[in-house]
Write a protein that binds this ligand. Sequence first.
Ligand code: PLP
Length: 409
Amino acid sequence: MTQMNTNYLKLQGSYLFSTIGKKVAAYKEHHPEKKLISLGIGDVSQPLVPAVIEALHKAVDEMGQQSTFRGYGPEQGYAFLREAVAKHDYQDHQIGINPDEIFISDGAKSDVANFQELFSADTKVALQDPVYPVYLDTNVMAGRTETFSNGRFGGIVYLPCLEENHFVPQIPKEHVDIIYLCSPNNPTGTAMTREQLAVWVEYALEHKSILLYDSAYEAYITQADVVHSIYEIPGAEKVAVEFRSFSKTAGFTGTRCAYTVVPKSVRVVDPEGGKHNLHSLWLRRQTTKFNGVPYIVQRAAEAVYSPLGQTQIRQVIAGYLQNAHTILLALEKAGLTAYGGENAPYIWLKTPHGLASWDLFDRLLEEVQVVGTPGVGFGTHGEGFFRLTAFNTPEQTKEAAQRIAMLKF
Ligand code: PLP
């Protein structure tokens, strides 16, 4: 029989969301009269904005006309969208990123998952704990990890993000080749300041490492000292790849569009010491394995940058941030400590009296019928924390907040 890739056997089953699902289903069965509210979802609740819908309709009509029909497009994305991204997200902010350094894709998830294949099998990987699980699991699949014990894979350098260090990853003692950084962060909802990020850029320049910077929640940044792009930090263009997405910025979770910036100045080395552009490798990877994002979706993403599109998406984001504020106030009323929610749609709640994350899950479900996500599901250092999201509707969020505010611990 055909042999399997045994690295898949090493994957720690993501029981998190299935366990939550089972607990919620069991509760509903025993209490059919109770109304549950989920603050656990990582998906948006608001529809696409009118400017995007209009662009979609127009592009659909073009696809039905002989003269404007499009078949396969460029794998890296149409020039109109790459130019719009380069101008609005970089050049207008005095960042020298060019359209040909931007790769349009169907999601930040696939890009952060696929990017690791450009590096050798013995590349030393560092990632935050707690963490968005895709970074770890894709390195497990690629065979970069050793045995798993006590919640940790050998071969991976974990960067603890704790209350003591304000959830900011600290420079590791050993050398690492690639470092996944996520800011604003899922799940902690906190964001690294310019100064904190500059430390990592300096590390990468000194150690000839590469930073894989996931900024899927960039649009939620409100604080002035939090950078919107890693390329605002001098030298980052030599060591950093940036991932961004239209998912949480413009409600594209079901429409699928994102982009990755690979500056031409980022270099990797072969075993003989020859230098190569990471950009050329990614271009080769994408043109071989990916056939581009639908034309109609790219036109929809382009509309996000129109003045009307910007006004409309900013309103939606402001609504989610208002939800986050509502949740934070309720937690404060209940006497609970919480982080995040100011530059991200996530709130990282500290469990009271050292309760385990799953125990808090049970109490919230049973006492106030609010569903969240136990922090331990995102890594060992997520224990003792609980993630709430701001993506539900304002009505549901207010109702959940009122219930939480009544909790007594
Ligand atoms: N990166 C982070 C940190 C996320 O939280 C998510 C989605 O939850 C993604 C990437 C995936 O984004 P996309 O919808 O573009 O694949």
